[in-house]
Design a protein around this ligand. Structure first.
Ligand code: FE2
Ligand code: FE2
Length: 688
């Protein structure tokens, strides 16, 4: 169908509604220039395991600290949280953190912070400066330990060294250093992708293959430490949900998380990694929805039958144990604090907002036990007897409160009249309004997991729930960039603002109650511009004219979805759209089926796809310019070739990380016209 353009991405008149197809051009350029060859460490085991374990495997009983992880506190210029873990099921005897602006040594022991005894995850309570958290997996019964120290009052733009110890008689230590964010208007670099998963057996700490294991996951972390342009590692990284897919390995979720923690620790020990919740952070367990122990008689085997399927609050127990994130200050209607579920922070002139789209999407969570076979036995975890009945899916929609339809613009708004309005959406509007009033904020970057816009045919599609609940706010407050994952591929939208009134979608695979062929209002985003400006010779989009959506889900899973839809009748991109909950239909006696996306729409908003390479990472360079409103973000997308080790054999030990981006653009609110909102035709020159 569409033409392949040059990978430089320069504007080309006449192709206004055709997508920019990234393909072999970029890859060839990489090969010609020779990217960075990266050698894998020696394989741990001689032969690959046959596949994901079907029984619970033991975890280590050693206590040497590992899985080092940094996150920003509320103010990245001054607050950094240091987290780490014990390898397995034994708590560290007396964990301690030392930190200093000089390397920790015998001569410089640094400032010491001793951690308290571990306490089970309890998100109704506030955290102290230092916290030791234990979490018992609701399915396999393993208890693992996580340590957090919230450093505050640090100096901006300063390197700090730290060392953590397990406090054993002969202590084991681990450490690294990090840099706090600069104060005020400053240049900095950040990076992003989602859907990282875990490396395969030859690069995993455990030597196991998990359900989404793929060695691209290892190279994705390597790339953040050494981006392809040679200009250095970012200040921090955004991880857009679906971190490790532990909810697919119901016998071994803590073991999957451990391999994830050690993989990202190669970078997250050196710079903050800021996550968003995805559908695969929703885990089955034996708690009720709010994370309180289920009360069905008969022990854990009876919990499933009683409807208690959650692993900690909303199934997020492992996530909330591992990540102590900036505090949004909210307490949910059930009494749980919502710290870390969604949050905001500012670096330089950019406000970053992490959202939990599980709260507004129509599609359900990544935890499913849906088998299309009669009288299927419950999924049973042998280690504990915990059971999940067939036909069970996790669904967190409206877990922070209710939404109601505002028919005048097909929007979903917090339902005040219900007495329990959606807290996340209220918080989002307040946070966006405050950011746009704040003279120190030029640009707003939202990151979350699921997609408002995706034309992946093999993936999930676009979710109307996000379009209804949050796109009206992204439009009103002129969010500049929205980063997501969920689809295991790359896609970029044109700048969009508002929506195309009317029914632009068609039901094609109806849920019960829907009729195939019926028109449906998909609240299709309106394209604001199809030709880039130029800024310092680089193609540029004015995000004051419209928000640009980037799907960056090529972190490293073994399930790429970079097959994209096209309407053969008009050659327009075509998107699947989920306009209501994916129904689970069937019965115990006959088996269950879960529906996918119900509708499709022509998708003129889709500007670029990459059918060649599913994997890749994004680098963003922020330049505040000379004064208020001048900020630009230069974006580079580096595709990473797939590593072919999915058959379970070790790959050849090297891969070539590209040194040339497959896309490069400048985003800014003044590019093209010098004063933000006047719009303008194609091809205007930049002002700088
Ligand atoms: Fe994913
Ligand atoms: Fe996902």
């Amino acid at each position: 169908m569409s033409e392949s353009f040059q990978a430089s991405g320069s504007g080309k008149p006449g192709f206004t509604r055709r997508r920019f197809i990234i393909g072999s051009v970029g890859v060839t350029a990489v090969a010609a220039l020779g990217g960075t060859a990266v050698r894998a460490p020696r394989a741990l085991a001689g032969t690959a395991p046959s596949g994901p374990p079907t029984a619970t495997l033991p975890l280590p009983t050693t206590t040497a600290p590992e899985q080092l992880l940094l996150t920003w506190g509320n103010d990245p210029a001054r607050d950094v949280t240091v987290s780490w873990s014990a390898p397995g099921t034994v708590a560290q005897p007396a964990p301690v953190l030392a930190f200093s602006t000089r390397p920790i040594s015998g001569h410089n022991p640094g400032h010491l912070v001793k951690l308290p005894d571990p306490a089970p995850l309890n998100v109704t309570k506030r955290y102290g400066e230092a916290a030791s958290v234990s979490f018992t997996d609701g399915l396999n019964g393993q208890t693992t330990y996580f340590y957090h120290v919230q450093l505050t009052g640090l100096e901006p733009g300063t390197r700090y060294y730290y060392q953590v110890s397990d406090g054993a008689a002969t202590p084991s230590t681990a450490g690294a250093s990090f840099e706090t964010a600069p104060a005020g208007r400053a240049k900095f670099r950040f990076s992003s992708y989602g859907d990282l998963a875990t490396p395969s057996w030859d690069l995993n700490t455990s030597g196991n293959i998990w359900h989404e294991s793929c060695d691209n996951s290892w190279y994705a972390v390597t790339a953040i430490e050494s981006p392809g342009d040679g200009l250095g590692a970012p200040l921090f990284h955004l991880l857009n949900g679906d971190l490790c897919y532990a909810n697919l390995d119901v016998n071994n979720a803590p073991g999957v998380w451990r391999d994830f923690g050690n993989n990202i620790g190669r970078s997250a020990a050196n710079r903050p990694w800021m996550p968003a919740l995805g559908n695969h952070e929703v885990e089955f367990g034996v708690d009720n929805f709010s994370g309180h122990p289920g009360n069905a008689p008969g022990g854990v085997a009876a919990q499933g039958a009683a409807g208690n399927y959650w692993n900690g609050p909303y199934g997020y127990g492992h996530y909330l144990s591992r990540f102590l994130l900036p505090d949004n200050g909210l307490i949910n209607w059930d009494g749980n604090r919502l710290r870390g579920n969604f949050y905001a922070f500012q670096v330089g002139t950019v406000k970053f907002i992490s959202l939990d789209a599980d709260d507004v999407i129509y599609q359900d969570g990544g935890a499913n036990y849906v088998i299309n076979a009669a009288n299927q036995a419950p999924e049973t975890i042998a280690a504990t007897g915990a059971q999940i009945p067939n036909g069970t899916t996790a669904y967190n929609r409206e877990y922070t409160g209710n939404l109601t339809l505002d028919a005048k613009d097909n929007a979903l708004v917090p339902d005040i009249a219900s007495g329990k309005p959606n807290l996340q959406t209220l918080w989002l509007e307040g946070t966006l309004a405050q950011a746009r009033r704040d003279p120190s904020v030029d640009m707003i970057v939202v990151f979350m997991h699921q997609c408002a816009m995706s034309t992946s045919a093999s993936g999930n599609g676009s979710d109307l729930g996000i379009r209804q609940a949050w796109l009206p706010l992204f439009d009103k407050y002129e969010v500049d960039l929205v980063l997501s994952g969920h689809e295991h591929d790359y896609e970029r939208s044109y700048p969009v603002r508002g929506y195309d009134a009317g029914a632009h979608g068609t039901v094609v695979t109806p849920n019960p109650g829907q009729t195939a062929g019926t028109a449906v209002d998909t609240r299709r985003p309106s394209v604001a511009a199809t030709e880039p400006y130029s800024h310092d010779g680089i193609p540029a989009w004015n995000t004051g004219e419209g928000t640009v959506y980037l799907v960056l889900g090529g972190g490293g899973t073994n399930g790429p979805t970079n097959t994209y839809g096209t309407d053969t009748a008009d050659d327009l991109p075509k998107a699947k759209v989920i306009t209501q909950r994916n129904a689970v239909v069937g019965a115990e006696a006959t088996g269950f089926v879960k529906d996918g996306a119900d509708s499709v729409e022509d998708a003129p908003w889709s500007a670029a796809i990459n059918p060649t390479d599913a994997y890749g990472y994004s680098i963003f360079d922020v330049d505040p310019g000379h004064g208020r409103g001048d900020t630009t973000i230069t974006f580079q997308y580096f595709a990473i070739p797939a590593v072919s080790n999915e058959a379970g054999t070790a790959h050849d030990g090297t891969t070539t990380l590209p040194s040339v981006p497959t896309e490069k653009f400048v985003f800014g609110r003044k590019v093209g016209n010098g004063n933000g909102h006047s719009g303008g035709g194609p091809g205007k020159g930049g002002q700088h």
